[in-house]
Design a protein around this ligand. Sequence first.
Ligand code: AMP
Ligand code: MG
Length: 489
Amino acid sequence: MYTLDTLPFQNRFAQLPAHFYARVRPTPLANAQLFSFNAAAAQLIQLDPREAQNPAFTAYFNGERAWEGTQPISMLYAGHQFGTYVPQLGDGRAIILGETQGWELQLKGSGPTPFSRFSDGRAVIRSTVREYLCSEAMQALGIPTTRALCMLVSDEEVYRERLEQGALLVRMSPSHVRFGSFEVFFHRRQYEQLKQLADFVLANHFPELQSTAEPYLGLLETVVKRTARLMAQWQCVGFAHGVMNTDNMSILGLTLDYGPYGFLDVYDPGFICNHTDQAGRYAFDQQPSIGLWNLNALAHTFLPLLAEDPDEAVEKARSALLQYQAEFDQAWLTGMRAKLGLQQAVETDEGLIADLLIKMQQNLVDYTIFFRRLSKLGLQANQSESTLRDLFVERSAFDAWAIQYRERLLQEQSVDIERQARMQQVNPVYILRNYMAQQAIAKAEQGDASEVDLLLKLLQQPFTEQAGMESYSDHPPAWADSISVSCSS
Ligand code: AMP
Ligand code: MG
């Protein structure tokens, strides 16, 4: 275990030449306080959790005290935002303090950087609570994601749609490199830097690819497959990211940059969680194809690396992209079969799943509640089944599907208690619904961390029914419909 003073730092990204980032110092928030601490993330860097009580903790993460051995930087990147190329973005409000034991510690909301353009470089309580809770919830759901060590709140006034309080998230990730990190050099025709970046990612995150015949192609294929699997996991759990711009796409296939995300309540494939996305570019059911669109933008940047002959390079990029669909389909079908408790793969399964999803949509069925209750269904009808069929406006729609489903279970001689146990490991009881985050934010804005801490604990065990927490596994309250989330954060 390390203390704050013994935590060993390096920063491999900061060893790259200067045009990859800007060296920056955090601007401390006024009167910052540690608001919530996540011991699970501290464990990843072997930081003694008792250090959360050390007054130096806030001083270090608020940038009042500089850590020996750290080389704080903000990364340069570009990106396609809502389909349009923006030639220069970069960490406008984030600073990577340094790296410890393979994890980059990034301050999000730590003040202006050379990439801030005309913004203040700050984050508010609202967005910070949302990212803090959701990244840890995703981790517990088994979905690749960046992590969160803690959040600070302050007295600093930050103006968004209204006056809000400045806050800061300490994010952790093995790498914060994005698709947009490659795009910036490709579009500037800085191919030497492009190659350096690819070599950096290979050496530090995919060393096993370095000795292969075509490391760059291997890297591209790996990102294609990881992204495909990530999209499948989002779709299976009912997560909508909300801003799938290429600058928010992780080269490691992690869920990155939690903004106006949302989990499905009723199953609505056209669900748009970001109210500024009126055209629905990033609607729930668009995510798999947007994942491919974004990979296409990334693959473009790989062309100079893949072959000298442009036609050959295009052919290689194309071959990598062609693996996306099969990888996604397979991961999605495997995920959905697991949600249904099916162990064998039968050709009719896709039809069975499609039929269920259509019925759920038509009958306004809550996605998470349905699968959790389905995890208790037996081969023989029993009393608890009524709570499942009551989710459907037309009960007969469920009954008709349940006949098919039970036949399918019999076909593989499914055993109730075994299947139910398996299903309860993949169908969560608790997800972070918007209203839950909203309640935690409202308290946080009053200086009360209790709901943030309670939700963190709850969501770190999403598959376990916890005593006294029944309301969190229930339908959202009616007022939840009025919550609107946007990019403004
Ligand atoms: P996002 O929509 O959060 O992914 O951010 C898109 C870009 O805007 C990134 O380059 C961010 O660093 C930048 N950005 C967002 N909010 C701020 C802010 N308050 N101050 C400076 N830059 C920001
Ligand atoms: Mg972003």
